[in-house]
Design a protein around this ligand. Structure first.
Ligand SMILES: [Zn+2]
Length: 643
């Protein structure tokens, strides 16, 4: 694969014609040159040339979204000093039909655009340039042109003079260590690149058919290089355990997979999956070896994505649209199932100690979330453009009407895994379902890297469950009720099969639904308050939007109201509020005095029983696991590697 692409760059036009498309011109690569003349000022100098440009207007664009990110990010905001030229070097005027686009007319058969782009944000989405590295997410860095999506790309990076930087990327290598290729725009945009003096480690993995791949960890960090030996050893265990779920590694396009680690105190925290690499970043110092161990959690999640979402890909994300936000109703599966498997794989691999109650915590979060009355898992997924690193100036009610598709999807994965085990007495598991999705939708691949031939729909995901379970009615019921509907699976029964107990946290306790930090997601307010604040005139302010259906909601209390007295007793602190509750039973009606917009009000609140659930192991309640419970739990947590 690597060799063939190099050949394409040097092949005569008639060979290109045979290998690629109908017109010879269509194969002329788009050429980029990206340099960093003064990295301390946080900008890249980009030079891009399109050849074989059809007559008319060339529409050059900066992306508005990035693969794996679902909110709009206006990358064009950081582009400046733009110049356009024709093939003879004559400068042309670029017009701006919209904020993301530069139109170039009056050209010959080539257009060259040069620009600067600022970036100082280390994560999986943006560009970060400083004197320690250039960390490039391509949609934040590279301009592209409409109609050139299938053109091959040739890109050369120019490090600043006298810097000990090396490139790390999933782009295809050439004989020049600083020049790479991509077969098409989708692959280019999917290929984050790190230039720095990183620590490189590698290990080999092997598929059942004997094919070997090299896995790299290229880690930019501030610690001792020996820390990366442990990091890479952990990565190797995780990588092999993840492959055991699917039965094999994907056929990595370059024969390699690279973890692009960025762990610097001035960085940011993120993980972003790609086909043959991932960005894993955290604003930590690897001078502390514990930080390196903690970083493996993100790595485990992201590696699972090289099957789930990168190749087992929802049709809604294929191809990825760089001009709009991408809406997908399947993120509960793409992200949520990945969220479930990340820590489970680490436990199976022995990288972490298995904590059964913790491995199902997302299910408990969904059980406790009042938001699920408003949106199904599919509908939660479709909210990603407004929740995934999206910035709003106005207040939204997402804290009380939205539960993340990561959490919701993990809760569904837990229910489906345990349901399959329950129905088959441990013969079938979620691993079988993931393998079926892989064989039907991931493994078939596509006509080229980053082009998926068999992306799945919601119906496909349902049909695969019918096949794996051998029971269409079970699959339909599960999807209708728990994925497209808003019902909760019978977690009490499912947890019991592996010796976990779902119980009320505060059975019989009186509850108001406010000023209880343990409840629900504890949404942030527009003021960013984390805890109830004592109001200047006495009383305690409600810091968050009030959840629907709670006693406080029914009593017409809302965020910002200041409770001054409860059941006739003055309230000056959270403790005052909670001690009144403790003196009451569910069903009691108590008087509430509060102020709103400076005026005093009173209302009556009917207390309810605290509905908050928690999960604990049977052993921790003094019980003993039955032989069946022990067998089911051990099978769930055991390594799946046969070596
Ligand atoms: Zn993810």
């Amino acid at each position: 694969m690597r060799r063939r692409v190099i050949l394409l760059q040097r092949a005569a036009p008639f060979v290109l014609l045979l290998l690629l498309f109908s017109a010879a011109a269509a194969a002329q690569p788009v050429e980029y040159r990206v340099s960093f003349p003064s990295p301390e000022h946080h900008y890249a100098q980009v030079d891009v040339t399109w050849r074989g440009v059809p007559a008319g207007t060339l529409e050059a664009r900066m992306s508005r979204s990035s693969p794996g990110r679902y909110a709009i990010h206006e990358f064009s905001k950081n582009v400046f000093d733009v110049h356009a030229f024709d093939g003879k070097g004559k400068e042309l005027k670029a017009s701006r039909p919209n904020p993301y686009q530069w139109n170039v007319a009056g050209h010959d058969d080539a257009v060259r655009i040069t620009y600067k782009v600022f970036g100082n944000h280390v994560d999986g989405t943006y560009l970060a340039v400083d004197d320690s590295h250039a960390h490039m997410n391509m949609p934040a860095t590279l301009m592209w042109a409409r109609g050139f999506d299938m053109r091959p790309v040739r890109i050369t990076f120019v490090p600043p003079a006298n810097y000990a930087w090396k490139p790390a990327t999933q782009l295809f290598p050439t004989n020049d260590p600083w020049t790479f290729t991509a077969p098409n725009l989708q692959y280019l945009m999917d290929s984050p690149t790190e230039l720095s003096d990183y620590t490189l480690r590698s290990f080999k993995v092997r598929n059942p058919d004997g094919k070997e791949f090299t896995i790299y960890t290229a880690v930019h960090h501030d610690g001792d290089p020996s820390v990366i030996d442990d990091y890479a050893a952990g990565a190797e265990k995780i990588v092999n355990e993840a492959a055991a779920v699917f039965g094999e590694f994907p056929n990595f396009d370059t024969g390699t997979y690279t973890f692009l680690g960025d762990y610097v105190p001035w960085g940011g925290g993120d993980g972003m999956e790609h086909r043959n690499s991932t960005v894993v970043a955290s604003a930590v110092s690897f001078k502390n070896p514990q930080a390196a161990r903690s970083a493996l959690g993100t790595l485990s999640h992201e590696f699972f994505h090289c099957w789930n979402v990168e190749r087992i890909r929802p049709k809604t994300l294929e191809p990825f649209n760089f001009e709009e936000a991408n809406i997908s109703g399947e993120l509960w599966l793409a992200e949520g199932f990945t969220q479930y498997y990340g820590p489970l794989i680490m436990a199976r691999a022995g990288v972490t100690q298995a904590n059964p109650a913790r491995l199902v915590r997302e299910a408990v979060a969904v059980i406790n979330s009042p938001a699920r009355q408003f949106r199904s898992a599919v509908e939660m997924s479709q909210m990603a453009p407004f929740s995934d690193a999206a910035v709003a100036i106005d207040e939204t009610d997402l804290p009380i009407t939205f539960v993340s598709y990561y959490t919701y999807g993990a809760a569904i994965a837990i229910a489906l895994d345990l349901s399959l085990r329950d129905r088959s007495n441990g013969q079938l598991t979620l691993d079988d379902y993931m393998r079926a999705m892989w064989l039907a939708h991931g493994k078939p691949g596509g006509p080229g890297p980053a082009i998926i031939a068999k992306p799945y729909t919601l119906k496909d995901a349902r049909d695969r469950l019918a096949e794996v379970s051998g029971n269409r009615r079970f699959a339909d019921d599960f999807f209708d009720r728990y994925i497209e509907g808003r019902d909760l699976p019978d977690y009490t029964r499912l947890f019991a099969r592996i010796g976990l107990v779902l119980r009320k946290r505060n059975a019989g306790g009186a509850w108001a639904g406010i000023l209880d930090q343990q409840f629900g997601g504890g949404g942030r307010t527009r003021r960013g308050a984390a805890a109830p604040a004592a109001a200047p005139a006495g009383g305690v302010a409600i810091p968050n939007l009030v959840n629907w259906g709670t006693p406080a909601f029914n009593a017409e209390l809302e965020e910002g109201d200041t409770i001054t007295s409860l059941d006739g007793k003055a309230v000056g602190s959270l403790d005052d509020f909670q001690s009144v509750l403790r003196a009451h039973k569910p069903g009691d009606q108590i008087a509430v005095e509060f102020t709103r917009h400076g005026a005093a009000h009173r209302t009556t609140m009917t207390l309810a029983e605290d509905p908050t659930m928690e999960v604990v192991t049977l052993e921790s309640t003094g019980g003993t696991l039955s032989a069946d419970q022990k067998m089911m739990r051990d099978a769930w947590l055991a390594s799946k590697q046969h070596r």
